[in-house]
Design a protein around this ligand. Sequence first.
Ligand SMILES: [Fe+2]
Ligand SMILES: [Fe+2]
Length: 239
Amino acid sequence: MPQGIGQPSMNCVHQTSAAVIPLSENKIQCPDSARFVTTILHQFAESLGNAIDAKDAHTSMHSDEVAQISHALALTMGMAPREADIIHVAGHLHDIGKIGVPDMVLRKQEPLNTVEWQAIRKHPEAGADIIRPVKALKSLGVVDMVLHHHERYDGKGYPSKLAGVQIPVGARIIALADSLSAMLQNRPYRKARTFESAHAEIIRCSGTQFDPRVVEAFRKSSATIEMIIATLSGPGTEA
Ligand SMILES: [Fe+2]
Ligand SMILES: [Fe+2]
């Protein structure tokens, strides 16, 4: 049997869900035969996520963290393990479009100007374009999750200003995981928040930036998620 996502060599922290209730909207198609494919995709996605994280010392482990937090949130929401695995793969790949953003913009210490922000804001579409040729990623919904991971629940995000359940559920999950991971990292223009402070900010943004159901899953699984982050950070690394 092929090794699956989250088995020991993947370094992923898993939880089990007693009641597996797939969300009705945005149901992810994942036929049984896809198990082997998703294992290979996971390994490849993890490699690409590591490559993008290597571009910026401040975002070390960010893609891995987003993948694992997203997986935990999906399971807590009652999604089937294979659906959570696919969201995990999308988490690894969510920022792959930043490969096209100049390093001097990604690493800039000062506030970004308008042109530089425009370059950053293209990364969801650039990322979707990069992975779209991989038919399995398209059919599993990963391309759309990458494309829409900066949408907001209130419709004020980008690139498509989708709102509510128009946003693929995987993208709504990754959006929260991405924000949490970002808040916990030092950036050139601000200090890292504590987990407690980031937790409060996510609760505050329920219904505006984030899907309230994802926020509720975060509230329920915050101890697990804090452990995931601590495990990835390890001794001697930045929070
Ligand atoms: Fe992973
Ligand atoms: Fe992003």
